[in-house]
Design a protein around this ligand. Structure first.
Ligand code: UCC
Ligand code: FAD
Length: 556
């Protein structure tokens, strides 16, 4: 047998193993885990600040279902798979497929998993420093007894987007080389975590405090250092009273001498935690795509049971059109999630080309910002498709909408991520955009020979060329022009790439006519909002004044 035959057989075995893992997990989720997710929602965490004797304990009590989720996550390798890499470059795709199945039933346990994965990624990218070797092994463990989750404490009262201006936490060096942190963390999710990564400013010997982004350093801290799980150097001020994500504790924390280790070079805090952001933003997008899929499945099932005006909902063409539009959004988001996971897997196994790396950097914020908005819109439409029942708590549906709303806020808001797209374009001297154009054209290649896909391919080629013109013209404009165009640019990048993935998918052997139809439907929308300058655009120097007059009209 030749090497190629060997590899092919090995890859088939691997695929079968992954498929049976997914199937078994899917059955477990529907048969057992989904009910735990519901239990997390109806039995949310609470804070017990004092013990019966008046001693401060700040105990965050979580439901048994939440604790079972942690055990399940370890056993199923929901973080570990990404680090064991038994499927080589496809390991992230395997992991993300499991998370996609799990997410809507997880009672938001996917939030701590995202941060745990992000923390493992940061630690690994720093070469697993000895101080955190044991933590790394716990974060990536399949043993429920050893498995740890991590927090990600970046946001302080003065700002979560502008982390540099917002961070006031001070790190006092200790004689043994460790630090003690003093500050106030305004949002800390899944605060029952075992450890965290966080940012602070190292106080100099002369008491000086380094300012700005370059004054931030990255720290590792164990949240519960003794066997009883008691906090040291942390006071839980309160649990947040949130619109959604109520299954999971989010706390305000006073850090009062929290023991910590600096993980990376002083002043490299933001750059070092960026790996965490990449991973958590991908997880966010998995949650978005999975929420869409869940609501579409529920809505289409309901349409086969509910009648109005003498017919089942599914027999009303206008209702069916609504469901079809939701379906297209869900498919597009899913394909981009899988594409970015594929790229991450390639990067982590050392097989990524420079083009793959550029694409991963560009598409991560694009995916996160766009899928989050899609999720809010699709889940909202999904609730409406149940009529009044979609608004009733005991159906479990309102929780889907509440939980979707956070996806565009945490891990970087839509505008902040649009600016991140500009940042990566500028820092790569445009190479990320070149990679984008090359790869999108490559995706369209096979489809361009298939007649039924011609309108979609034509629309995408037109949109790509409009995007090219915009990029060329924008290069000659002041930075303020691009800043105003940032959101439209990010949306253009998302819609075109998602369209290209749908078209590519529809051109695969075995694709169905519905795959073609989905691609055609997707490509009927405005694929390139920045290309529509004949309609205005409003990105020039006079725009902020006009916008201010419009927004604050008659407010004096
Ligand atoms: O919300 C949070 C947790 C919620 C719970 C978890 C849910 C997960 C999903 C669950 C699903 C159910 S944690 C808080 C998240 N916070 C944010 O995302 C912050 C948003 N703000 C930004 O992203 C800003 O753009 C900042 C903070 C990154 C801007 O900081 P700076 O310091 O002003 O930015 P600079 O100076 O441009 O960048 C500093 C360095 C540069 O590297 P060097 O110094 O080598 O040139 C940048 O290239 O950081 C690098 N950098 C990046 N690198 C900045 N952003 C990135 C990036 N995204 N990727 C790679
Ligand atoms: P701001 O930064 O004040 O932003 C307000 C608005 O201004 C936004 O719409 C934003 O898009 C816009 N804006 C800001 N800057 C610009 C700009 N330059 N150009 C254009 N528009 C701009 N954080 C953590 O660190 N850890 C956690 O575990 C965590 N958990 C969270 C859990 C929940 C449920 C929520 C809601 C938040 C959580 N956060 C957490 C905080 C979250 O990351 C921040 O809320 C988010 O990053 C936004 O920061 P902010 O709230 O300070 O808003």
């Amino acid at each position: 047998m030749t090497n190629t035959e060997d590899e092919a057989r090995c890859s088939v075995c691997l695929q079968q193993a992954v498929l049976s893992d997914l199937q078994a997990f899917g059955e477990r989720i529907s048969g057992e885990v989904d009910a735990w997710g519901r239990e997390c929602e109806v039995n949310p965490p609470r804070l017990v600040p004092f013990d019966p004797w008046g001693r401060r304990v700040d105990h965050i009590v979580t439901s048994p279902a939440w604790q079972r989720m942690k055990e399940l996550s370890a056993r199923e390798g929901l973080v570990a798979i990404g680090y064991e890499r038994s499927c080589g470059e496809w390991s992230r795709v395997h992991q993300v497929s499991k998370l996609f199945l799990y997410s809507p039933s997880s009672g938001l346990f996917t939030c701590p998993l995202a941060m745990t994965d992000g923390a493992a990624k940061v630690i690994q990218s720093l070469g697993v420093p000895p101080a955190v070797d044991s933590a790394y092994r716990r974060l990536t463990s399949r043993d429920p007894e050893r498995f740890w989750t991590s927090g990600q404490w970046m946001t302080e009262r003065r700002g979560g987007s502008d982390v540099a201006a917002g961070t006031e936490t001070l790190a006092e060096p200790q004689p043994d080389g460790s630090y003690r942190l003093h500050g106030f963390k305004w949002f800390t999710s899944a605060t029952d975590a075992d450890m965290t990564l966080t940012l602070g400013r190292v106080v100099g010997r002369d008491g000086s405090i380094p300012p700005g982004s370059r004054g931030l350093s990255l720290f590792y801290a164990e949240v519960r250092r003794d066997p009883q799980g008691r906090l040291e150097g942390i006071e839980v001020q309160r649990l947040k009273d949130k619109l959604g994500t109520r299954q999971m504790p989010t706390a305000e924390l006073l850090l009062d001498g929290l023991p910590a280790h600096r993980l990376a070079e002083e002043g490299r805090g933001v750059a070092s935690i960026a790996n965490m952001l990449t991973v958590t933003r991908i997880h966010n997008s998995v949650a978005a795509a999975a929420a869409m899929r869940r609501v579409v499945q529920l809505a289409r099932d309901y349409a086969t049971r509910r009648s109005a005006f003498g017919r089942l909902l599914q027999d009303h063409p206008l209702h069916l059109q609504t469901l079809a539009r939701m379906e297209v959004e869900a498919r597009a988001a899913f394909l981009l999630v899988m594409e970015v996971s594929r790229l991450l897997g390639r990067e982590e196994t050392g097989v990524a080309s420079p083009l793959d790396c550029h694409l991963l950097r560009l598409l991560t914020p694009v995916l996160k910002l766009y899928s989050a908005k899609q999720a809010v819109a699709v889940v909202s439409e999904g609730l409406e498709s149940f009529g009044g029942q979609g608004y009733m708590e005991d159906t479990g549906l309102p929780g889907l909408l509440r939980d979707a709303q956070v996806l565009s806020i945490w891990e970087g808001t839509t505008n902040v991520l649009s600016l991140d797209v500009l940042r990566c374009v500028a820092r790569s001297s445009g190479l990320v955009l070149r990679a984008y154009f090359t790869q999108t054209q490559a995706l369209l290649g096979p489809a361009s020979r298939l007649l039924p896909l011609a309108p979609a391919v034509g629309a995408l080629e037109g949109a790509l060329s409009a995007l090219g013109v915009f990029v060329e013209e924008a290069a000659a404009r002041p930075p303020s022009y691009l800043e105003l165009a940032a959101r439209d640019l990010a949306y253009s990048l998302a819609r075109i790439y998602m369209g290209a993935l749908l078209v590519d998918h529809a051109s695969w052997e075995g694709a169905s006519p519905s795959d073609t139809y989905a691609a055609l439907r997707w490509c009927e929308q405005d694929l390139c909002p920045v290309g529509a300058r004949e309609r205005g655009g409003h990105y020039d120097a006079s725009t902020p004044t006009c916008d201010a007059a419009l927004v604050y009209d008659k407010m004096d």
